[in-house]
Design a protein around this ligand. Structure first.
Ligand SMILES: [Cu+2]
Length: 152
């Protein structure tokens, strides 16, 4: 019986102690939640704004680079574009596969190292240090041909 009274006292004290403590945080908590929501909203807006800015700038710059890149051969519709590329000795020529199917770069008579299989979006680069004419084919589709002309 006495133990029950003690329990009762404890249970009464418990809530009475918790009560004021709960009120404190709950009063402070409401404005904090509001601030957090505003901060979250601002953060989301900033992220969207930054993301959009980065995306647009990144897209425009990459588009500009692909247009300007003089030492790049695009593989598109089973063709090397340009089919003949002329560069100065010491230039790095880069092939980019824009086809959904795999292609590769294989030099006639192994005059320069072959690429591995290039899947969509893959690139292969080679530095042409020696002047000359370097015909090549696609290892997967040998009827697809191209030429690198290196001038001194
Ligand atoms: Cu091919």
């Amino acid at each position: 019986m006495p133990s029950n009274r003690e329990d009762g006292d404890r249970s009464r004290r418990g809530p009475s102690r918790r009560g004021p403590i709960r009120r404190g945080p709950s009063r402070r908590g409401r404005p904090r939640r509001g601030v957090l929501r505003v901060a979250a909203l601002l953060g989301a807006v900033l992220l969207v704004a930054v993301g959009a800015a980065c995306g647009s700038s990144g897209h425009s710059s990459s588009t500009a680079t692909s247009r300007v890149a003089a030492n790049e051969v695009v593989i598109k519709n089973f063709a090397f574009v340009p089919q003949t590329i002329t560069v100065k000795a010491g230039t790095t020529v880069t092939w980019v596969n824009e086809d959904p199917v795999a292609h590769s770069i294989v030099a006639d008579h192994d005059t320069f190292p072959s690429s591995s299989i290039l899947n969509h979006g893959d690139k292969y680069s080679h530095v042409f240090n020696t002047a000359g004419t370097f015909p090549y084919i696609c290892g997967v589709h040998p009827f697809t041909t191209g030429t690198v002309v290196v001038t001194s």
